[in-house]
Design a protein around this ligand. Structure first.
Ligand SMILES: [Zn+2]
Ligand SMILES: [Zn+2]
Length: 149
């Protein structure tokens, strides 16, 4: 069961974001946003579609693609590459890194404040102008390790 308080929080947050970015708040967009926020696995467009369909049966995969791309352009979400090369979507705007399971392809957030405070080595300045960096740690998650036993 969805708890109504967090539902209201999501709605309010989404309403603020729509105002800030000047996009129309539609039921479909809200449901897509809700699925992204309530998923802990950086879903693919197809996974978002499957879950949104439970509430909005008339939605098309194309609408989900277009909405995700609008959200991405506005900076509401980030598109990342999954270990299977499929695009996945990340609604967490806080600085964080990813743990990637190579068996089940689950992507889990983690924070690493010590790393945030490190500067890259000066030797890379001769390469060109850098903008940002991204760290991903790959391995096998504990659920998959348990299954292997
Ligand atoms: Zn796994
Ligand atoms: Zn993430």
């Amino acid at each position: 069961m969805q708890d109504s308080k967090s539902d209201l929080q999501i709605l309010n947050r989404f309403r603020q974001l729509c105002q800030r970015f000047g996009i129309k708040l539609t039921y479909q967009r809200l449901e897509i946003f809700r699925v992204l926020l309530s998923s802990d696995n950086h879903p693919s467009a197809e996974e978002v579609y499957e879950r949104v369909k439970e509430k909005v049966p008339t939605i098309s995969l194309d609408t989900v693609y277009r909405t995700l791309s609008t959200f991405e352009q506005l900076g509401l979400i980030r598109k990342i590459h999954g270990p299977d090369d499929r695009a996945r979507f990340d609604p967490n705007n806080k600085k964080h890194y990813h743990l990637v399971c190579l068996k089940c392809y689950k992507i889990t957030d983690f924070e690493w404040p010590e790393l945030d405070n490190l500067s890259p080595p000066e030797s890379i300045n001769s390469w060109g102008k850098t903008q940002n960096y991204y760290l991903e740690i790959r391995g096998i998650c504990k659920d998959c390790l348990k299954k292997e036993e």
